[in-house]
Design a protein around this ligand. Sequence first.
Ligand code: DLZ
Length: 164
Amino acid sequence: MSSTTYNLSNMISRPVPDASSMRFGIVVSEWNDNITQRLLDAAVRTFEKYGVQKENIVIKSVPGSFELIFGCSQMQRNAGVDAVVAIGCIIRGDTPHFEYISSGTTRGLSELNLHGNIPVVFGLLTTNNLQQAEERAGGILGNKGDEYAVTAIKMVELARSFQK
Ligand code: DLZ
């Protein structure tokens, strides 16, 4: 199977709505920031590509992926945004810590989606090693940051469709 087959960025085929009236929050983790910064840059570039104004992208950083839960919760309540993107990268180490942080963060972000008033996009890379993360942050498998931004735009469009 070619690498392109695995690249979800190439599999999102429906048109992306104009996002010029949308406002987004991004919460980014400092852990593995060589990866999270690349994901962040791609997400911002993609938001701008679809019309989001620079001043309508609110970016906050948190120490680690586990803190994305609180950061995104604050964004949901206090930032006046239409959707939030959580960006983190958890790389498997020698201890079970990886499992606890990954599952705790996943559960927390899922809860925010269930109970919050605006969508939270799950931009959490969980990989076995640094190479897998690099491949997904501007490497041979594309940049997942693009997908996170497109997903956020589509989720805002969906949310707005229920308000009409
Ligand atoms: C402690 C920890 C470890 C071991 N690994 C990662 C990681 O790969 N990626 C990440 O984003 N954060 C990691 N952290 C930090 C936790 O997310 C969190 O910041 C601390 O447990 C403090 O709550």
